[in-house]
Design a protein around this ligand. Structure first.
Ligand SMILES: C[S@@+](CC[C@H](N)C(=O)[O-])C[C@H]1O[C@@H](n2cnc3c(N)ncnc32)[C@H](O)[C@@H]1O
Ligand code: SF4
Length: 450
């Protein structure tokens, strides 16, 4: 396998496939109407998942690709929490009951910047409008620079079971180039405090492909991350999309590692993590062997959603907050993106869905193929037929034809299905993109494939 040739022959930019069709292919539609019907259609007793988006941060990291706004004033954040609570009430009223929650995730932005009182308000409103049990997984993204005693008390009230802690890189030169100062000691103490406050599981996010990152610098960061023994590690490739995120223009492109360096850095860091007893999960996650994510990966029960890899098998994911995306089995609905407009809509008693896509049968089959490739590095024809019956046949033929036509022989084919070769797993997004019917339609630009 010649890595340079593979890079040369692909355009080098493909989606991360946290959904299919991907968000840039969502269109304006009656999102609130679809959401209303979907909420009415949820079967009694069926557990659902909830994603709550907090689009605020008290710092602005130049690498950031998330939907967030830098603010040093707290008043807009407190007002926004009020809108989130109103949206929860509207969802519960529309569904006609308190829906049982299997997973509840707070992402952002930085939900960790909430004050203690707002953790209380949210916790109370969630319990009033949804059925939360001690089986509900409650996860929150934490920026260590936010965490105080009050944050820890707030997290305890909410009942956080998993903390996702942003590290990115510990090297001071890299941190300067991305405007994210954060010491190892600060991170270590925050993780110890979270564990002390009863948070049972910790994930750490690290990035490769950052400006001024070298193999040695990344190695030092990963070494430090490993001393913290998180239950999970996400090692994401930095997505440089300055045409979408204007603040990324603060990053000097001359400082970014080239495509081949990115590839070698990622492989080196992944080997380091795996050699220290972590299982490799999908393209960019790692978990201790007894962690739920590792157990799910070994039994074909790993899934992919907007947070990346997940054990969440619910058919329905309800997204709350500005820009949050819901999945209702056969449709994606995204809430109004602009925070003020979102708040106006929910304060008027409306659901906030606006854009999205209804999946036709072709979308559904392709979504399943892409999810299995991203999670299992393989597609089983029997599994496809189990799910889609005779409709699966043309896709099996397509898979065989695509595999045969691939000059780089990234996959192996037999009567069972297709499998991405172990040495080609870094190119999984490329193999998934073979099945993407939208890839060549439109002007959408994505970040690097590896
Ligand atoms: C919402 S942010 C993290 C939460 C928290 N605000 C923090 O920074 O610690 C979630 C994660 O997305 C990842 N991320 C953000 N921008 C990215 C980009 N441009 N490319 C790849 N990953 C990115 C980072 O690893 C980050 O920890
Ligand atoms: S990385 Fe986290 S703290 Fe930094 S701007 Fe993005 S969401 Fe905010």
């Amino acid at each position: 396998m010649n890595v340079e040739e593979i890079f040369a022959s692909y355009r080098g930019a493909v989606p991360r496939y946290t959904s299919y069709p991907t968000a840039p292919h969502f269109a304006d539609l009656n999102g609130a109407g679809i959401e209303k019907q979907a909420l009415l259609d949820i079967e009694t007793g069926e557990p659902v998942s909830l994603y709550v988006h907090v689009p605020f941060c008290d710092r602005l990291c130049w690498f950031c690709g998330c939907h967030t706004k830098h603010t040093l004033k707290y008043a807009p954040v407190a007002a926004y929490i009020g809108s989130l609570i109103t949206e929860m009430q509207t969802v519960a009223k529309t569904a006609g009951r308190k829906l049982p929650l299997a997973h509840l995730h707070f992402g952002g932005g930085s939900p960790s910047m909430l004050c203690e009182e707002d953790f209380h308000r949210l916790s109370e409103a969630l319990r009033e409008n949804f059925d939360i049990s001690d089986q509900t997984e409650i996860s929150v993204e934490f920026d260590p620079s936010d965490v105080t005693e009050a944050t820890l008390r707030g997290a305890a009230v909410l009942g956080v079971t998993r903390a996702s802690v942003g590290v990115q890189d510990f090297d001071s030169a890299v941190q300067k180039a991305i405007n994210r100062p954060q010491t190892f000691e600060q991170t270590r103490d925050v993780i110890a405090a979270l564990r002390g406050a009863g948070v049972g599981s910790v994930n750490i996010d690290a990035l490769y492909g950052l400006p001024l990152q070298t193999r040695d610098r990344l190695e030092a960061t990963i070494d430090q991350v490993l001393t913290l023994r998180p239950d999970r590690i996400a090692l994401f490739g930095y997505a440089h999309v300055p045409w979408v995120k204007k603040h990324q223009t603060m990053i000097r492109e001359a400082d970014l590692p080239g495509t081949l360096d990115r590839f070698h850095h990622a492989a080196y860091a992944a080997d380091m993590i795996a050699n220290r007893g972590y299982d490799r999960i999908g393209i960019d996650h790692f978990a201790l062997p007894d962690d739920d994510l590792a157990v799910a990966a070994h039994s074909g029960r790993l899934y992919r959603n907007f947070q990346g890899y997940t054990t969440d098998a619910c058919r329905t994911l309800i997204g709350l907050g500005a820009s949050a995306i819901s999945f209702f089995g056969t449709s994606y609905v995204q809430n109004i993106v602009a925070t003020k407009q979102y708040e106006n809509a929910v304060q008027s008693g409306n659901l906030a869905g606006m854009r999205g896509v209804r999946l036709n049968m072709d979308d559904r089959v392709r979504a399943h193929i892409i999810e299995r490739l991203m999670c299992d590095f393989a597609l089983s024809f029997a599994d496809l037929e189990d799910k889609f019956g005779y409709l699966a046949r043309p896709y099996e033929a397509e898979a065989r034809a695509l595999a045969a036509a691939d000059p780089h022989k990234l996959v192996e084919t037999n009567e069972i299905g297709i499998t991405i070769k172990p040495e080609a797993r870094a190119f999984t997004r490329i193999v998934a993109s073979w099945f993407d019917a939208y890839l060549d339609t439109g002007e959408v630009r994505y970040s690097k494939a590896v």
